[in-house]
Unconditional design. Structure first.
Length: 233
């Protein structure tokens, strides 16, 4: 995807890319390519792939939720900042926590945040189940892109949402994972309220946004340790 194609496809999502947005993305892209040579942050390495599979793909989250408001967003397993850091560039009023267990990726994210002078953006180097209790019931939105199976992600994400908050899982094909999530969603007092399916432009690969709403306060025993979560799924 060229930068021109990126701008054109964003317009179809009702997103207008400003000059500052594009300048920030260019710097982000350059830093990603530079640091990727040392730290292997992502398998996607060319400018065209970065614009399509990282930048554009991250912004498709806007099909599921209006981000033009003061929301608190948790990005679990953010990796090199997707989707959270891209969303922050386009929606500066978001308060964002970028969570990842990989220290090198967190160091990279802190470099980008400083370089782009992004406010209200915090990096935390932890596994999701170990996130501080101060963040329980704290976020309006939680999201995760291609990190783990949906039943696992539900338990790692939903405890940190406010009641009526949304967990939006960014997936490829999601039918089987959705079927396997019914039990844990019931235990977490949450439900799937929408599934938005579409294809990425240019390559037409399948994407889906699984939108889950938290209905009640989460029981204190969740999230369990990662080993227990995986064994129970």
């Amino acid at each position: 995807m060229t930068k021109e194609e990126f701008i054109s496809e964003l317009a179809k999502l009702n997103i207008k890319a400003t000059e500052q947005n594009l300048k920030d993305l260019d710097r982000y892209k350059d830093l990603l390519i530079e640091y990727n040579k040392k730290f292997n942050l992502t398998a996607i390495k060319t400018e065209e792939e970065i614009y399509l599979k990282h930048f554009y793909d991250s912004l498709t989250l806007t099909q599921a939720v209006d981000l033009n408001q003061n929301l608190k967003l948790l990005d679990i397993g953010t990796g090199a900042g997707f989707p959270g850091l891209v969303l922050k560039i386009f929606y500066p009023d978001l308060e964002i926590i970028l969570l990842d267990s990989n220290h090198k990726k967190i160091m990279f994210l802190e470099t980008v945040i400083k370089e782009l002078n992004l406010k209200k953006t915090t990096c935390i180097n932890l596994r999701a189940e170990n996130l501080s209790k101060e963040y329980r019931e704290y976020f309006d939105i939680a999201t995760s892109r291609a990190v783990s199976a949906l039943p696992v992600l539900c338990e790692l994400s939903i405890p940190y949402l406010k009641v009526d908050g949304l967990f939006i899982a960014m997936k490829g094909d999601s039918e089987e994972e959705i079927k396997k999530s019914s039990k844990i969603l019931e235990q977490l007092d949450s439900k799937i309220i929408d599934v938005k399916r579409f294809n990425l432009p240019i390559e037409s690969s399948n994407r889906s946004l699984v939108v889950i709403k938290k209905l009640k306060k989460t029981k204190e025993k969740y999230p369990r340790s990662y080993d227990k979560i995986v064994k129970s799924k």
